[in-house]
Design a protein around this ligand. Structure first.
Ligand code: FE2
Ligand code: FE2
Length: 249
């Protein structure tokens, strides 16, 4: 992780901690604040108590939610994709990585646009970040559709009935190659985003939206790498092998 250094906060957090400090210490907290309509950027100087009251919310519950999310978050309980059936693995990918992208892509579209508009004069590379991100997000959205509507149902059918039920029959090689090609393109866009942002490192003067954007992009890279790896390294080769087994039987 390459986050800028911040003055360490006196922990544990209380409802008197400012929203800005909470997000500065851990930018992914911006997700919950965004969901609750709490302004963590321009309104970041408010204590959690005051910010919650403004929205008619209970600060103590928000703090409890943050703590619960952060306790749950460390990985370790994730299922082992190598041990799943093809159907379960396809369901798992849609339910985790695709669901994450559907929720996260619009948020990052908002953040990259806003940060480029506000800080693009000082940091012209932010405009390129926005452009690269926009292309990536469009490609990913259509990529998810193709997997969910065409390839994954074919893989499930193949496993369950020995017949893909798709127009391309049981030969998955063409759609799989196409998906792998799109994965490579997404990987290149992510590499470009990492380079443009100097490894997602915020400038010292960066505001909370700026930091939340970089943190979100870094998580996007991490999740997409994991996602692509499950497809390229596990789901697709096993589905192809299954086809060959069926084909030669
Ligand atoms: Fe996928
Ligand atoms: Fe994919």
């Amino acid at each position: 992780m390459s986050h800028a250094t911040f003055a360490p906060t006196a922990q544990p957090y209380t409802t008197q901690t400012t929203v800005g400090q909470l997000v500065a210490d851990r930018p992914d907290r911006s997700r919950l604040f965004m969901k609750l309509g709490i302004d963590y950027c321009c309104g970041g100087k408010l204590t959690l108590q005051d910010a919650a009251e403004k929205k008619g919310l209970d600060a103590a519950s928000i703090l409890a939610t943050l703590t619960a999310l952060e306790t749950l978050e460390p990985a370790g309980s994730a299922p082992n994709p190598a041990l799943m059936s093809l159907t379960a693995l396809a369901d798992h990918i849609v339910g985790t990585h695709h669901a994450y992208l559907k929720e996260e892509l619009p948020r990052l579209a908002f953040l990259t646009r806003k940060v480029a508009a506000v800080h693009g004069d000082d940091h012209p590379w932010l405009r390129e970040v926005h452009a690269v991100y926009t292309g990536l997000a469009e490609e990913l959205s259509s990529h998810l559709q193709k997997e969910e509507v065409i390839l994954f149902p074919a893989i499930r059918n193949l496993e369950q009935t020995g017949d893909s039920g798709a127009p391309f029959g049981a030969d998955l090689s063409h759609p799989v190659l196409m998906m792998e090609h799109e994965h490579a393109e997404a990987g290149e866009a992510l590499t470009k985003l990492r380079a443009l942002t100097s490894d997602f490192t915020p400038p010292a003067s960066a505001c909370n939206s700026f930091r939340a954007m970089l943190d979100g992009l870094e998580q996007l890279e991490r999740d997409t790498h994991e996602h692509i790896s499950k497809e390229n390294n596990i789901l697709f080769p096993r589905a192809m092998a299954q086809f060959q087994g069926t084909h030669h039987a």
